[in-house]
Ligand binder design. Structure first.
Ligand code: FMN
Length: 170
């Protein structure tokens, strides 16, 4: 499978460690993984101008870094959202990237999705997981799994092995 990983962290720390473990497992299983550093991109929120659904014919009127990731959203067989939790949701950069998908409605090929979440505290994932479940149901993607890591779990060998094993079995 062609797997696109959207990393919503602006830092190369906990979320990136999770992504790295995912990448190792997925590559070992023969998948092709491309990571997009959404957290470091400049992606504005959707303006609801409807240009994309009228004159734009699927193109967004806003010209920013969303253009760098839209082809991956369109072409991937699987999409992974990886993000730190910021105030009980994914990072603002990630939320903006997801909401800008409004221009194409749904990823065109992806049949599977997964969610990797990193946080300081446990028990802070309900909103992000609810959003992910709603999104996967809406775009007809199988929810392949959700993995969370908080505090000391972040970067721990046991958590990295859990993620590698998960990715190997996709
Ligand atoms: C703006 C901001 C908001 C945060 N909000 C939360 C939160 O609500 N709950 C929590 O457990 N951790 C919160 N954190 C901590 C991060 O989720 C945590 O450090 C995470 O592992 C960072 O991932 P990263 O190293 O990939 O950036 C917050 C951090 C920042 C910078």
């Amino acid at each position: 499978m062609k797997i696109a990983v959207f990393n919503g962290s602006p830092r190369k720390e906990n979320t990136s460690a999770m992504v790295q473990a995912f990448r190792e497992g997925a590559k070992a299983a023969g998948h092709e993984v491309a990571e997009y550093q959404v957290g470091r991109m400049k992606i504005a929120g959707c303006m609801a101008c409807e240009y994309c659904h009228t004159k734009g014919e699927g193109a967004c009127v806003q010209k920013d870094d969303f253009e760098k990731i839209l082809p991956a959203y369109k072409e991937a067989d699987m999409i992974v959202f990886a993000s730190p939790i910021y105030y009980f949701v994914m990072s603002a950069q990630m939320e903006a990237a997801i909401q800008r998908l409004y221009c194409i409605g749904k990823p065109l090929k992806a049949k599977k999705g997964a969610l990797l979440l990193s946080s300081h505290s446990p028990g802070v994932y309900d909103a992000a997981i609810a959003q992910f479940k709603g999104f996967t149901a809406y775009v007809n993607m199988e929810n392949a799994g959700v993995i969370t890591a908080h505090g000391d779990e972040n970067k721990s060998d046991s958590k990295m092995n859990e993620i590698r094993d998960f990715a190997k079995k996709l």
